[in-house]
Design a protein around this ligand. Structure first.
Ligand SMILES: CC(C)(COP(=O)(O)OP(=O)(O)OC[C@H]1O[C@@H](n2cnc3c(N)ncnc32)[C@H](O)[C@@H]1OP(=O)(O)O)[C@@H](O)C(=O)NCCC(=O)NCCS
Length: 197
C-alpha cells in the first residue's frame, strides 16, 4: 500500500465522457439537491462528450480547469472538481465546485481534492483568490471548505439557480496570503496533472 493521499487530480478530457456519465448517472439522485437542473441530453454519451470538449476549450482559453478525482488505489474516477470563472487582471480569482460520489463519501476525499486544487490554483494557475458558493444546509461541503482554511464571507441572496430555485448561498474564500502551503513549497507532491509538462 503506497503512502500519501488516497486521491489525485487528473485533467478531464473528452475521452473521459463514458466514466463521467457513469458517475453522474450513479449519483443522479444524490446530486440533485446541489446542482442546476440539466436537460436530458446532458445525460448521454454525446452530451458528455460535447460538455467535456467545452471544458478542454475552457482550459486552453484559461477560463476554467476541470479535474477528475481519482482513487489512487483503483485508478477509478470517484468525483470531479472544477476551478471556474477564472478572472485575470487585478482580480486573479476563480470559483471552486466539486462532488465526490456517494459510495466514496465521508473518507476525506473532498477535503483532499480541495487541498490539491488550491495547490494548483495558487501554484501553476497563479491565482490570488479562490471562492466557493455553498448552500447553507450543505454541512458536509461547508466542513470541507473550513478544513481547507476558506473563510465565511457571508450570505449572497438568490445567488445560484439550484434544483430549479434561486437559492441563497454562503460565500467562502481564501487568498494566497492565507494559504499555508504558499509559505513553502510551490508544488504539491501528490498533484500530478502538471508534472508531465
Ligand atoms: C459535500 C461532499 C463534497 C463531501 O465529500 P466527502 O468526500 O464526503 O467529504 P469529506 O470526507 O472530505 O468530509 C469532510 C468533513 O465533512 C463531513 N461531512 C461529509 N459529508 C457530510 C454530511 N452529509 N453531513 C455532515 N457532515 C458531512 C465529514 O464528516 C468531514 O468532517 P470531519 O473531518 O470533521 O469528520 C459530498 O458529499 C458531495 O459531493 N455532495 C454532493 C455535491 C455537493 O454538495 N457539492 C458541493 C457543492 S458546494
Amino acid at each position: 500500500m503506497s503512502s500519501g493521499p488516497a486521491i489525485t487530480l487528473r485533467e478531464l478530457t473528452a475521452d473521459d465522457a463514458p466514466s463521467v456519465l457513469a458517475l453522474l448517472l450513479e449519483n443522479r439522485t444524490f446530486l440533485r439537491p446541489w446542482e442546476p437542473i440539466r436537460p436530458e441530453p446532458f445525460f448521454t454519451p454525446q452530451g458528455q462528450r460535447s460538455a467535456l470538449r467545452r471544458c478542454e476549450d475552457d482550459r486552453r482559453a484559461d477560463r476554467a480547469y476541470d479535474f477528475a478525482i481519482i482513487d489512487r488505489a483503483t485508478g477509478g474516477m470517484i468525483g470531479r472538481i472544477t476551478l471556474s470563472n477564472v478572472v485575470r487582471g487585478a482580480s486573479q480569482s476563480a470559483s471552486v465546485g466539486y462532488f465526490v460520489s456517494e459510495a466514496h463519501g465521508r473518507r476525506g476525499h473532498a477535503t483532499e481534492a480541495v487541498r490539491q486544487l488550491l495547490a494548483f490554483a495558487f501554484g501553476p494557475a497563479d491565482l490570488h483568490r479562490v471562492q466557493a458558493a455553498v448552500l447553507p444546509r450543505n454541512e458536509g461541503s461547508i466542513r470541507v471548505l473550513q478544513k481547507n482554511g476558506l473563510r465565511d464571507e457571508g450570505l449572497a441572496r438568490r445567488y445560484l439557480e439550484i434544483d430549479g430555485a434561486w437559492q441563497d448561498h454562503r460565500i467562502f474564500a481564501i487568498t494566497r496570503e492565507e494559504w499555508p502551503a504558499a509559505l513553502g513549497e510551490r508544488r504539491y507532491p501528490g498533484y500530478t496533472a502538471f508534472d508531465a509538462e
